[in-house]
Design a protein around this ligand. Structure first.
Ligand code: NAD
Ligand code: UDP
Ligand code: UDP
Length: 343
């Protein structure tokens, strides 16, 4: 068990000798890069709740202090404004490396910065992990499969990615990040984990980041038409954020490197998603068709057999249950306090 035998120099002592194995764990120092973002802040909530000391490193490009503000009084919590493209010295036991612009709107805003974050940023965090002997988890993406020629996508599929397109800074950036991670594992004996995350939604998502779930929800709440790109028949699988966080933690604590697909296999066309949003928010919401973006993958659905078998993980929250939780949060953030909310 890694938690009992971690080789890194922790200032925390193991908690007691006689606790049954499995329940026994010492308090860890955990670094979450991108921890002020959507997924990162939910992960931080769980780590803090578990009693770990958590350091967030974030440059606040898309992250918000508000996402972690509720921890600022906690002496075991710390936020550092820092860009992972620059080196940093810290002492931790585990590194969850999430920092990266994610939505097309953000990663295309400055593609060179995006690829630098994926390559130089990941290299720095791996160098850090190597120096201190920390376990390193990379949050990669289903985009490494590109416009997949295999459906559903299995981890052994090598993908179909355009290396010179407008999405490449993100897709190829993450592919290189995976390569670096495996090379540090093989070449420097680093303990690593790789998650390939499929489309995830939930409270704290950036409101105007252009991703489909956040767009549709904000549009329906603002009484604007839902913008369906292309013919709306392309598919995606949508995972609620708590399921993802559970999967990331199981992966970090487990014995397997991966890569593991972490996603919800429930597959929806964009028109079906629009219908779920209409049913949840406003049955009268109109749909407006717009031209699709270049290189848009036609289909995407994870095969999660490997995560089920080796991590004992599978998502629990279906779209019709997760979406209302996100709507409550978006309603509050879009309309402020004048709207009643149920949370
Ligand atoms: P997010 O934009 O909410 O979070 C990313 C965080 O990284 C932000 O807080 C941002 O400020 C920070 N960041 C960006 N560049 C940085 C840099 N150079 N230095 C330091 N901090 C930096 O996005 P998210 O949805 O929470 O995504 C988190 C991770 O999960 C990303 O690595 C992303 O690629 C991966 N992922 C997410 C999804 C999804 O659907 N949400 C899907 C696949 C993969
Ligand atoms: N690095 C870092 N913090 C550390 C150790 C390394 O940011 O505690 C950075 C370092 O600046 C370098 C990168 O991680 O750019 C890779 O480090 P590594 O030691 O693997 O490579 P080297 O420095 O030998 O090129
Ligand atoms: N999309 C859409 N309307 C929007 C935003 C996106 O129909 O307002 C489509 C987009 O063309 C893509 C799918 O929704 O086919 C998912 O897009 P998103 O950017 O959310 O995720 P990704 O393409 O990274 O999976």
């Amino acid at each position: 068990n890694h938690l009992a035998v971690s080789g890194s120099s922790s200032f925390h002592e193991s908690v007691g000798g006689k606790v049954p194995l499995g329940l026994r764990r010492r308090q860890l120092r955990v670094l979450v890069t991108g921890g002020a973002g959507f997924v990162g802040s939910h992960l931080v909530d769980r780590l803090v709740e578990r009693g770990d000391s958590v350091i967030v490193v974030d440059n606040f490009f898309t992250g918000r202090k508000g996402n972690v503000a509720h921890h600022l009084q906690n002496p075991r919590f710390e936020v550092i404004r820092h860009d992972v493209v620059e080196p940093i010295l810290l002492e931790v036991d585990q590194i969850y490396h999430l920092a990266c612009p994610v939505s097309p709107v953000h990663y295309r805003y400055n593609p060179i910065k995006t690829i630098k974050t994926n390559v130089v940023g990941t290299l720095n965090m791996l160098g850090l992990a190597k120096r201190i002997g920390a376990r390193f988890l990379l949050t990669s993406t289903s985009e490494v499969y590109g416009d997949p020629l295999q459906h559903p996508q299995v981890e052994t599929y090598w993908g179909n990615v355009n290396p010179i397109g407008v999405r490449s800074c993100y897709d190829e950036g993450k592919r290189t990040a995976e390569t670096l991670t495996m090379d540090y594992h093989r070449g420097a004996n680093l303990e690593v984990r790789i998650a390939r995350i499929f489309n995830t939604y939930g409270p704290r998502m950036c409101i105007d980041d252009g991703r489909v779930v956040s767009n549709f929800v904000a549009q329906a709440l603002r009484k604007e038409p839902l913008t369906v790109y292309g013919d709306g028949k392309q598919t995606r699988s949508f995972q609620y954020v708590s399921d993802l966080v559970e999967g990331l933690m199981k992966l970090m604590e487990g014995e397997h490197i991966g890569p593991f697909n972490l996603g919800n296999p429930g597959e929806f066309t964009m028109l079906e998603l629009a219908k779920v949003v209409q049913d949840t928010i406003d049955k009268e919401a109109r749909i407006e068709f717009r031209p699709n973006t270049a290189d848009d993958p036609h289909k995407r659905k994870p095969d999660i057999s490997r995560a089920k078998e080796l991590l004992g993980w599978e998502p629990k929250v279906p779209l019709h249950e997760g979406l209302p939780l996100m709507v409550t949060d978006f309603r509050k953030r879009i309309f402020g306090d004048q709207e009643e909310s149920t949370e």
